[in-house]
Design a protein around this ligand. Structure first.
Ligand code: PLP
Length: 474
């Protein structure tokens, strides 16, 4: 395990940056020569080269050597309908041929954006007023922050500008959204977070719960922590609370029982708006169309991306209720314009693909599949709880995390954080499964089209990778 290639990674933002190929192809060396990668150790990359993915088919992708992998992360938690959906190709083509681009600035609109906005408002689990289109999750959260400040100004509350997110929350990487993100790896070296952004406790019961504390008591303490922070800062200064219903990139952390009910009670008490970042959870991931339904969350703002278009096109959407939208509308009238918008926001090809993608999710009952096949995945992974390297199995629907340890009682892994996760992840990749190790947590978030048999193949490979790693540690 000494060759763990990224053992100096932040434990909470690790990724498998490993190709395991002995020879680097021409494409690989060109990649090293000309291409700078996101979320990659650039020095390690220069010596080991990339994993070159050439095609996709259902839940599988194939590399340049023809090796096939189960894409157990659906790309970046995003490809709901699988990697070869012809209907999305056709939808993009039709839109390209009719109106390849138009914008939404200065009272212009186009049919694809209007249609999809209506679809999203109809689909929302709580009454929403308007949709604002953006291109990525980061851009969407960044926009929400600006709109919250704009709204507070509109309401004559210029001090109500602070935003609370959570440690280990993930909301993106722009200057503003990376500040919301509660992972040190996204702050270090970047002079972040910015002012006005605060972080409250990460609600991970297994790690953060105290001896003898029940899950419900732990949730009560999480709500008390939030309330204490609001009081310390001054309730009149807090505009909103940003949270993923289930935390994804922080390590697939499922909320403890009664958490959301207690958190919402605090937010309501202090007139703090709730922004549900459903970028990973939305469009069926948790077994309901939105995780806000799964956990009975009543957000004022919902942020959607990734599975919105199965990531076939870059697209994100912000859903605003009237409490959020109405003051913003008045302010745009007062100032003459809402001085915000992106050239490609609501790009016709992206929203046309989003619309067709949502049609497919509904027609093929993929939300139901996430519930049923997801229950099978959770049950199969729970079967690994007794494995000596498994600390905690957690998840809901078709998203799961397997936190690895070498000492179950102490909940610790190898000397260097992420080393064990990297070792098991590497083994899995050898066995034909692409996953992602977030420190020592292996994340699973397969396409929503996965079936029970494919889940079995996946979990069998996980078992094999755990056994092999356990052997190598002896
Ligand atoms: N919010 C959540 C919950 C995410 O998981 C992500 C990306 O993983 C983002 C926001 C940022 O999205 P993007 O990478 O499209 O900027």
């Amino acid at each position: 395990l000494t060759d763990s290639m990224d053992n100096n990674y932040e434990p909470d933002v690790t990724d498998i940056g490993d190709t395991m190929s002995n020879s680097i192809s021409q494409q690989g060396s060109d990649d090293i020569a000309f291409h700078m990668h996101p979320y990659t150790n650039a020095i390690t990359h220069a010596s080991q080269g990339p994993l070159v993915i050439t095609r996709g088919d259902g839940i599988y992708v194939e590399d340049e050597n023809g090796k096939k992998y189960i894409e157990a992360m659906a790309g970046l938690w995003s490809v709901a309908v699988g990697f070869s959906e012809q209907r999305l190709v056709d939808a993009a083509m039709r839109q390209m041929q009719t109106l390849p681009f138009y914008h939404l600035f200065t009272h212009k609109t186009h049919e694809a954006a209007v249609r999809f906005a209506k679809t999203l408002i109809d689909l929302a689990p709580v009454p929403m007023s308007k949709v604002f289109f953006t291109n990525s999750g980061s851009e969407a959260n960044d926009t929400v922050m600006k709109l919250l400040w704009y709204r507070s100004n509109a309401l004559g509350q210029p001090n109500k500008k602070k935003l609370i997110a959570r440690h280990k929350g993930y909301h993106g990487v722009t200057i503003a959204s990376a500040s919301l993100t509660g992972l040190p790896g996204n702050h270090k070296g970047f002079d972040l977070p910015i002012e006005r952004v605060l972080h409250t406790t990460c609600p991970h019961y297994w790690r953060e719960g105290k001896d003898g504390e029940t899950e419900e008591d732990f949730a009560t303490r999480m709500a008390a922590d939030l309330e204490a922070l609001i009081q310390k800062e001054g309730p009149d200064t807090i505009a909103a609370f940003f949270a993923e219903p289930v935390m994804g990139a922080g390590g697939v952390i499922v909320p403890p029982k009664t958490y959301w009910e207690k958190i919402q009670a605090v937010l309501n008490k202090y007139d703090v708006l709730l922004v549900a970042d459903e970028v990973i959870c939305g469009f069926g991931r948790t077994g309901k169309m939105f995780a806000s339904e799964t956990y009975d969350i009543k957000p004022d703002v919902m942020v959607l991306s990734k599975q919105i278009s199965s990531s076939y096109q870059p697209l994100s959407a912000i859903l605003l209720n009237s409490r959020m939208f109405d003051p913003i509308a008045d302010e745009s009238n007062k100032l003459g314009v809402l001085g915000h918008g992106f050239t490609a926001g609501g790009h016709p090809v992206a929203v046309a693909v989003g619309q067709e993608n949502v049609n497919i999710i509904r027609e093929r009952n993929l939300v139901q599949n996430a519930a049923v096949t997801g229950a099978h995945l959770q049950q199969r992974l729970a079967g690994l709880s007794d494995h000596p390297l498994v600390g905690e199995v957690r998840g809901v629907g078709l998203i799961a995390g397997l936190e690895l340890v070498t000492d179950k009682a102490a909940k610790t892994a190898l000397a260097s954080p992420g080393q064990l996760g990297t070792a098991v992840g590497r083994k899995l990749q050898e066995l034909g499964v692409i996953t992602r190790n977030i420190g020592d947590t292996l994340a699973f978030c397969p396409p929503l089209i996965i079936n029970a048999e494919q889940v079995d193949t996946l979990v069998d490979a996980v078992t094999q990778a755990l056994d092999a790693t356990q052997q190598s540690l002896r």
